[in-house]
Write a protein that binds this ligand. Structure first.
Ligand code: ZN
Length: 57
């Protein structure tokens, strides 16, 4: 159904759609401190987690 595509969130970092993960969770990850939106798993590992580690230094 086309309508389902509109329910998927976009990653606020790379702009790709956030895919529903194996747990059925479709809201991705919190993108802070990179920005205040949501992000996909890829950006979470590539940008958000490193940014959080840097904050703790
Ligand atoms: Zn992304």
């Amino acid at each position: 159904m086309k309508e389902n595509n509109e329910e998927l969130l976009k990653c606020s970092i790379c702009g790709n759609r956030i895919e529903i993960n194996v747990f059925g969770w479709k809201y991705g990850n919190n993108a802070e401190p990179v920005n205040s939106g949501r992000c996909c798993d890829y950006c979470n590992y590539m940008y958000v987690i490193p940014a959080r580690l840097n904050l703790n230094k």
